[in-house]
Design a protein around this ligand. Structure first.
Ligand code: FAD
Ligand code: FES
Length: 339
């Protein structure tokens, strides 16, 4: 059955009953605001004025109880069941740059990177058409709710989608990926989504900053950047942080690709205190502190284009440093919080 969603003061969205509201709106070319697609950020809030919709995750942290009581909902956690009237401010910057689709994908490879991180590759019919830095939603067997994972590879005509995933303690999705799936098993793969993609037209050197699994989209971005003619003379810096040396796998990533080894200047850092005489040639401290030291007084932070991804405490600290302390315009910051 086709449902009609009347957006107050805007267009009417027509979609199949049972669709996810946010994804149906993006699919129709509407600029429905969002970020995480996972119920965590609250950017996709809208007001339900008339009609019924199904809430997919009532306890989603992105919707405070007061907002829910006031009739607000999360677009990414709403299933359309029939005709409705809603209020949401559509914005052009959220219009999808690539068309997303949900299709079956097959696990073809699992490659260990560290003690708790691996790169998983899936094949899906049709080209893997995304921009470096974007993510997809994985529908995993036995897991309630889709999980967002950022692509670590480049777009390709063969249909290969790769993701670097960190095992989360007690996490369901990352456990199924690490232990529940065997090569050949099928999952649902819906994408691409996301706005933190490479902007080759930006006339500035690149600084990529990541912690943990934040390496996944950064690997895609730097791999694309070293090959892009418009970025041939740009310097590319990768700041990557983990707790201990065992978390750092940037050497493995660079060893896979001679162009990365030649062009990318890596600053690895560990945040857990090691005895000062323990062997570690990189930096020490949280990655935003390391970046702050590197920028110091001599470098103008506004002369770079920034891409950063990882756990929210890390992305929030980097955002504060760059926007509040170093006055970098928001248009030069591209990031995903792994909520
Ligand atoms: C834009 C984005 C990109 C990301 N990219 C990566 C990446 O490349 N690599 C990586 O390792 N991690 C990434 N993450 C984090 C990833 O999506 C998971 O949160 C993480 O793997 C932990 O999932 P889990 O299932 O193991 O843990 P769990 O604790 O089982 O689940 C955590 C997450 O699952 C979702 N969730 C939980 N319950 C429900 C429910 N009932 N309904 C709907 N959703 C629910 C929520 O988003 C929650 O944060 C990304 C997150 C975002 C938002
Ligand atoms: S996009 Fe819906 S809560 Fe983040």
């Amino acid at each position: 059955m086709i449902a009609q969603i009347h957006i107050e003061g805007g267009p009417t969205l027509r979609c199949e009953s049972g669709s996810n509201l946010l994804r149906a709106a993006l699919c129709e070319g509407l600029g429905f605001p969002y970020e995480c697609n996972s119920g965590g950020c609250g950017n996709c809030q809208f007001e339900l004025l008339e009609g019924e919709m199904t809430d997919l995750w009532e306890a989603a942290p992105g919707l405070p109880p007061r907002a829910r009581a006031a009739g607000r909902r999360l677009g990414c956690q709403t299933q359309v069941v029939g005709d409705c009237r809603i209020r949401v401010r559509l914005k052009p910057e959220f219009v999808a740059v690539k068309a997303a689709a949900l299709r079956t994908a097959r696990l073809i490879e699992r490659k260990a990177l560290t003690h708790d991180m691996a790169e998983y590759s899936f094949m899906r019919e049709g080209a893997a058409d995304f921009l470096p830095g974007q993510y997809a939603m994985l529908r995993l067997p036995g897991v309630t709710g889709d999980r967002a994972y950022s692509m670590s590879n480049l777009p390709n005509p063969e249909g290969r989608w790769s993701f670097i995933v960190k095992r989360t303690p007690n996490g369901h999705g990352s456990a199924v990926l690490a232990e529940g799936l065997r090569e050949g098993d099928q999952v649902g793969l819906d994408g691409p989504y996301g706005l933190a993609y490479l902007r080759p037209e930006a006339p500035r050197d690149l600084i990529c900053i990541g912690g943990g699994s934040g390496l996944s989209p950064l690997k895609s971005i730097i791999t694309a950047a070293v090959r892009h003619p418009a970025l041939a003379t740009r310097r590319i810096h990768l700041f990557y942080g983990g707790r201990t040396p065992a978390d750092i796998c940037t050497d493995q990533i660079l060893d896979e690709d001679v162009a990365l080894r030649e062009r990318v200047e890596v600053v690895p850092a560990i945040s857990d205190g090691l005895p000062s005489n323990a062997p570690w040639a990189g930096e020490r401290g949280f990655i935003h502190e390391v970046l702050q030291r590197w920028l110091g007084a001599a470098r103008d932070a506004r002369e770079y284009e920034y891409y950063f991804c990882g756990p929210p405490p890390m992305t929030d600290a980097v955002q504060r440093l760059l926007m509040l302390e170093r006055r970098v315009p928001a248009t030069q910051l591209h990031f995903d919080r792994f909520l």
